[in-house]
Ligand binder design. Structure first.
Ligand SMILES: Cc1cc2nc3c(=O)[nH]c(=O)nc-3n(C[C@H](O)[C@H](O)[C@H](O)COP(=O)(O)OP(=O)(O)OC[C@H]3O[C@@H](n4cnc5c(N)ncnc54)[C@H](O)[C@@H]3O)c2cc1C
Ligand code: SF4
Length: 529
């Protein structure tokens, strides 16, 4: 049934690009005769960080599909498209323009995914003299308040304890009050690499051919954001809830059984085409972060696969831990510590991000593969982000805010509540240990063990000095030397510092000299490393 759109809506419900959920609390009490929806594509959301073309296209395509779905249900949607003229530059400007024309009695939104956006919409509402009612976000299993209650009085926040609380509270993988299989965590079973043999025939994820709406968006992005990084040539992401469901079932059936075992492994096909970007990963983060997919359904589908004997417990527990544990935990950290969190720089890192992060042009094969794949698809899996691109910038000493802006720009799943704690906290140790109990540092030997990257590289991961020394290995020892005093306070770094103590003075000097030279070349914007 179609309803006539009201010229003056009672409530204007604001829906942002990462809030594409029909059952969102923002729609509670929505009256199609009295109320209307506001959605806006604005340039600033693609340019405040230099966003990857695929990331921009995914948000816009999913928004347009959501808009059409609402209209088909008879809802009045005031939608500002980027190709409308004149287009407003920011969400606040667009809201000011639409709301002052429509003069609703009240604005309603669900909690935002980014502190900056929440503040700007609140400021716009104040300017309009309107109430902006911000409702809790039911998409998440833990509310901002529940996380703050968990954090209260704790000296240290650790994901593992939070995760156990969540398992109990939501009765996930539990037998009564005990964890299924007698342990909370099967991480030790989840660290395998492919060794020297290839991963073989990994089932390729289901692809979604762009329809007319998505093709229009791709054209718009190609024209309007031509100078932005990345390619959109392979665009195949789910852009509707139905497609997101299909992607979930495809993963559960074909890749979940091997997810845990090879979760940390990396592999390049050696043909320059980044042959195995997804391996056994789910590729569901973007669909969940845009709210096309409910995390409860994802968790339930994985648990069911275990209960029905279709996937081993180590895989299922490892997968569920990422969603019920890490995903909820990082959101809690973000809202508990913002806005100060974004400015933290616990390791006092001041270097700039090397240029090759935007081009992939470097002789270091692991970085060439991880960045090249990111430029090509807007995707890299967790270990590529943490232990290749993230590790390198940490060892180099790049300012965490510069690293944060790169990750926020480059990945299809990047929304600040999840990206910032992962980058600044987990990967760069910029929060001084709020997120992670120790800096994730390793030499090139780790990358050699977990991938086939080193076999196609001109550097040798075993060497820390000399022309063919692996820069990761040089910078790893240099990092330990630079931060020895700080790291000595951390019991979990004892083994790595014990190994450092074995290096004699001439070796230390040679490493530091090589690291300084390398850093100067790498962080100098006009010289390719
Ligand atoms: C430096 C850095 C930046 C990151 N930035 C983002 C980001 O912007 N957006 C994002 O969604 N994830 C981010 N992650 C976490 C993780 O890398 C991605 O969620 C994952 O690679 C997405 O691919 P997938 O869906 O195939 O995940 P899978 O490996 O299949 O994992 C399943 C799901 O678990 C969740 N998950 C896994 N790890 C994490 C984590 N550490 N934090 C939160 N959720 C997690 C995701 O929703 C993911 O879809 C980042 C990690 C690092 C180290
Ligand atoms: S040798 Fe070093 S730089 Fe080359 S791929 Fe291995 S870890 Fe990366």
């Amino acid at each position: 049934m179609k309803f006539p759109p009201q010229s003056r809506p009672r409530h204007l419900v604001l829906v942002l690009g990462d809030q594409l959920e029909a059952k969102s609390a923002a729609f509670d009490g929505f009256d199609p005769v009295l109320d209307a929806v506001w959605m806006a594509e604005v340039a600033e959301e693609s340019t405040h960080v230099w966003s990857h073309k695929t990331r921009i296209a995914l948000f816009l395509a999913a928004m347009r599909h959501f808009r059409d779905g609402l209209r088909e249900r008879g809802l009045a949607v005031h939608y500002a498209a980027l190709d409308d003229t004149p287009a407003a530059g920011t969400l606040a400007e667009e809201l000011l323009s639409t709301a002052s024309r429509l003069t609703p009695q009240k604005l309603i939104a669900v909690q935002l995914g980014e502190w900056r956006v929440e503040q700007s919409l609140l400021a716009a509402a104040r300017q309009l003299g309107l109430e902006l009612e911000i409702r809790p976000d039911r998409h998440f299993l833990s509310s901002r308040e529940e996380f703050s209650a968990h954090a209260k009085g704790r000296k240290q926040l650790r994901m593992e304890f939070f995760y156990r609380e969540m398992r109990r509270k939501h009765a996930v993988l539990m037998d009564g009050d005990q964890p299924v299989g007698g342990a909370w965590n099967f991480d030790a079973d989840n660290r395998e690499s492919f060794g020297k043999s290839s991963p073989g025939d990994v089932p390729q994820p289901i692809r979604f051919r762009p329809d007319k709406i998505t093709r229009e968006v791709l054209e718009l992005v190609a024209k309007r954001f031509a100078r932005h990084p990345g390619s959109q040539a392979h665009f195949d992401w789910p852009v509707t809830p139905e497609q997101a469901q299909a992607a979930l079932h495809d993963f559960i059936e074909h890749r979940l059984p091997n997810f845990g075992k090879y979760e940390d492994a990396m592999w390049s096909s050696g043909d320059g085409l980044f042959g195995q970007p997804y391996l056994f990963h789910s590729r569901l983060s973007a669909a969940m972060n845009l709210k096309l997919l409910d995390p409860r359904e994802v968790i339930a589908a994985a648990e069911e696969a275990y209960r029905k004997g279709r996937a081993p417990l180590a895989s299922v527990e490892g997968f569920i831990r990422q969603i019920l544990g890490w995903r909820e935990f990082v959101r809690g950290i973000y809202w508990h510590f913002m806005p100060g969190y974004r400015e933290l720089n616990g390791m006092n890192a001041q270097e700039s991000l090397p240029n090759f992060y935007w081009t992939g042009k470097t002789q270091m094969n692991c970085l060439r593969q991880a960045i090249g794949q990111t430029l090509e698809f807007g995707y890299a899996h967790h270990i590529q982000r943490l232990m290749v691109t993230g590790l390198f910038s940490l060892l180099l000493g790049v300012k965490p805010q510069a690293v944060h802006e790169w990750y926020l720009a480059m990945y299809v799943d990047a929304v600040e509540w999840v990206e910032l704690p992962n980058t600044l906290g987990m990967s760069q140790h910029g929060d001084g240990g709020l997120m992670a109990s120790k800096p994730y540092v390793a030499s090139g030997k780790y990358i050699e063990r977990m991938s086939n990257y080193c076999s196609g590289c001109r550097f040798d991961p075993a060497k820390s000095t000399g022309d063919d020394a692996c820069p990761f290995t040089t910078l790893y020892w240099d990092f330990l030397l630079r931060h020895e005093k700080f790291l000595a306070k951390n019991q979990r770094m004892a083994m790595q510092l014990k190994n450092l103590a074995r290096l004699d003075t001439p070796k230390r000097k040679a490493i530091q000299q090589q690291a300084t030279q390398f850093r100067a070349v790498c962080c100098h914007p006009t010289v390719a490393a």
